[in-house]
Design a protein around this ligand. Structure first.
Ligand code: DGJ
Length: 753
């Protein structure tokens, strides 16, 4: 936790005198509440200053760089400094910008709250009572409470030690008539210098493709209506200063920790400060609150960086790694059976696969789709969660025994939320389907309505029974269709269904605390911090083509650290693109993640198995560093070459993968400059021992690659760089940097060797 500073009441909070000075009151413009209090959250180099007026909702005066030790008077002056003027032909008072902006304040952008009661408009006149806020010092949370006739709004702003701010609202219908909620979103102000917008799109096997452009005026909304996070999810909405890049620029970003439909929005209106925000997408009539009922939004996760995109990623990673639930043990090497055997489950063949896998160092064997009743292809069986007696007459026990006897963990694939019409479950319980029968099928399947207690209990019971019977270490939890026309009792039902999916995962984990779960959805269509609150890694994409994977993983890394990103060595010719790639390139790509294999390795040559064995040994040796170190994406000066670096906390050890996916203009490779090292330390720089140095395109490769390691000061590596070989497209080299121990001088202090 950040050290408390002088006037702070507690590490995360600065709370100046609640009474406004006469000066502030005297200078308050018309229509601006001159009373109120100011609170500051601060941690991890970030501060958030919130003004809590006596009337109206809290207003965020600052979200960004830590402002340091401010006196009470500074807070007052800060508020004065941020008080806007009044533009011509506009409201007679400055445009307000509250935590939940709305028309009642004169805000004409997208509202943060929208609702009606039987058609009656709701423009609440919020009041924040004296007791309307409290600070939770242990969690760095500011709790805010506002009331309006028939409404209670509880808001939470939580700033963690990584400087990541989570905002959530809970709305209670305290009226005596139902309230139909249309929107409840969190927004934060962005500095006026923000001029560019980055978000993401994608499709199956090509997830998280960046799209960037100028920040245009207007209220701009990205909606997702897929009933799951989606291959084309916005993922992160980033506003930044002109020309921001990987390492430079000031950025303000939001991610919604949610696996259902979402709204990402930014409002750049002529009269107001720019805001960005996010919230759940609610369909008409979807959330109807009876008197006394409440609705809580998923967390909108706000991250500020003054170090470009890697600065954003670093905050996300530190925040995730600090969670008590973050997977701690070494991330095992996985063998997943999908691209090895697809639906052709055969005990003898799978045992050979398991033996081959164990022989090269695999640690977890995952039996993918195809093991349950009636599942001979993807047209039937979903929903019937018992082992197919035709294919597995003795149940899964023989394969589980073999896998365990080889020293590996055992994992099993499920797709709990889905059902094929050709299944006993659908025949017995057609009423459990989430969609009307006339809805279009998708991969021959439909979703189950998990908000039905009977369907929920059936799934929890049958999955839990299998976890118990086979002592499963791991579940790959798949979800292979968008939800279209999801309804419950005639009411749109994506949101409540998503909450039920979370409940099902939570209940299963509570019953089986050591069970690990992977989130998969047709590859990477469910990659978000909501699902990651209850799972241990994501399957980033269904493509194992390393060229595609390099880009998909690079952008997934904006949000997630490497240990949460499933990445497998696929077959020589990718099943998704039909493109061939060399084994060493496939290995180098998969190593930077939660690594595994998805390939029929029983058909490998001894030479291939040997290279896999070495690759796995390399991963097992380096994963402690890869899965705890600081990740950055280095500028190689060549559009066709990427460099991904991980440096450990004490800067004694670093590993860098340089990968080339396309040729460029230059006939010589550039020198790679590697920041983040100890400038005064001396580093041994060499390719990792376990993997061969690629042939490259140089007539004469850089001599240091052939004649032993370099020994260079960190400052030289950072500012002069290391000459790279000219890699061919489809080649990668992994460099390892070890800091030499500093020699002890006679006075006991360390000296350079
Ligand atoms: C989609 C997943 O993304 C694949 O990895 C595989 O598990 C298939 N489903 C199985 O049906």
């Amino acid at each position: 936790m950040t050290e408390p500073r002088a006037v702070a009441e507690a590490p995360h909070f600065r709370q100046p005198d609640p009474a406004p000075s006469e000066e502030v009151a005297a200078n308050a413009p018309d229509g601006l509440d001159e009373g109120g209090k100011t609170r500051m959250l601060w941690a991890g180099g970030v501060s958030v200053v919130v003004h809590l007026p006596e009337r109206g909702l809290p207003e965020v005066l600052h979200w960004g760089r830590d402002l340091g030790d401010l006196s009470h008077r500074d807070f007052e002056q800060l508020r004065r400094a941020r008080t806007r003027s009044v533009s011509p032909s506009a409201l007679d008072a400055p445009w307000p910008l509250t935590l939940v902006p709305g028309e009642q304040d004169g805000w004409e952008g997208r509202p943060g709250f929208a609702a009606h009661r039987a058609g009656r408009a709701q423009y609440p006149r919020w009041t924040v009572a004296d007791s309307g806020f409290e600070t939770d010092v242990d969690t760095g949370t500011l709790h805010l409470r506002a009331e309006a006739p028939g409404l209670l709004l509880r808001s939470e702003l939580r700033l963690d030690d990584a400087g990541v701010l989570r905002a959530a609202h809970e709305l209670v219908n305290t009226g005596d008539r139902p309230l139909s909620l249309a929107a409840l979103e969190a927004v934060m102000p962005v500095d006026d210098r923000a001029a560019e917008v980055l978000d993401f799109t994608g499709r199956w096997t090509r997830e998280r493709v960046p799209q960037r452009g100028p920040l245009a005026q207007g209220s701009r909304v990205r909606e997702t209506r897929r009933g799951r996070t989606g291959h084309d999810a916005p993922f992160a909405l980033v506003l930044g200063t002109p020309g921001f890049d990987t390492a430079a620029g000031e950025l303000w970003a939001v991610h919604l920790a949610w696996s259902g439909d979402a709204v990402y929005r930014h409002d750049a209106l002529p009269e107001a400060r720019t805001v960005l925000g996010a919230g759940p997408l609610l369909r008409p009539g979807e959330i109807e609150l009876a008197p006394g009922e409440s609705f809580r939004t998923p967390d909108a996760v706000f991250v500020w960086s003054d170090r470009g995109l890697d600065g954003l990623g670093d905050r996300f990673h530190r925040s995730l790694r600090a969670r008590p639930s973050h997977p701690r043990g070494p991330r095992p090497v996985v063998l997943n059976t999908w691209e090895a055997v697809y639906f052709k489950h055969d005990l003898a063949r799978l045992e050979t696969l398991a033996r081959t896998a164990a022989g090269i160092g695999v640690e977890r064997f995952v039996l993918d789709d195809g093991w349950f009743r009636g599942r001979r292809d993807d047209t039937a069986g979903l929903g019937d969660w018992t082992v197919d007696p035709g294919v597995w007459p003795q149940g899964l026990h023989p394969i589980v025994r073999t896998v365990r006897s080889l020293g590996m963990q055992f994992g099993l694939w499920f797709e709990p939320e889905m059902v094929n019409p050709d299944s006993d479950l659908a025949r017995e319980h057609p009423e459990w389907l989430l969609q009307p029968p006339s809805t279009r099928a998708w991969r021959g399947q439909y979703a189950l309505d998990l908000t039905r207690p009977d369907a929920f209990d059936y799934l929890l019971g049958s999955i839990s029974a299998l976890v118990g019977e086979y002592e499963l270490d791991y579940i790959k939890w798949d979800q292979n269709r968008d939800l279209i026309e999801a309804v419950h009792d005639g009411r749109a039902n994506v949101h409540r269904h998503t909450e039920a999916v979370y409940r099902l995962l939570d209940r299963l984990r509570a019953l089986h605390p050591s069970l690990e779960i992977e989130s998969c959805a047709s590859g990477g269509a469910r990659v978000d911090l909501g699902i990651l609150d209850r799972t241990d890694r994501v399957w980033a994409s269904d493509t194992n083509d390393p060229l595609e994977r390099l880009a998909i993983q690079r952008w997934t890394e904006l949000l997630l650290p490497l240990e949460l990103i499933g990445s497998h060595i696929g077959p020589p010719t990718a099943h998704t693109t039909h493109r061939a790639a060399g084994l060493d390139f496939r290995i180098a790509t998969a190593l930077f993640g939660s690594a595994g294999i998805e390939w029929d390795i029983t058909a490998c040559t001894p030479g291939e198995l040997d290279r896999l064995r070495h690759g796995i040994a390399c991963y097992r040796r380096l994963r402690g560093l890869l899965h705890t170190g600081t990740l950055s994406h280095l500028d190689t000066g060549d559009d066709g070459t990427t460099a991904t670096a991980v440096v450990n906390d004490d800067r004694t050890h670093a590993v860098i993968r340089v990968a080339r996916h396309a040729t460029g203009n230059r006939a010589l490779a550039t020198a790679l400059r590697i920041p983040g090292l100890d400038p005064d330390g001396r580093y041994r720089v060499a390719p990792v021992l376990e993997l061969p140095v690629p042939r490259g395109l140089d007539e004469v490769p850089p001599p240091w690659l052939e004649h032993g390691p370099l020994l260079l000061p960190g400052a030289v590596i950072a500012d002069v760089g290391v000459q790279l070989p000219l890699l061919a497209p489809g080649e990668a080299i992994i460099l390892e940097l070890q800091r030499e121990p500093k020699a002890l001088g006679s006075d006991g202090t360390r000296r350079e060797p």
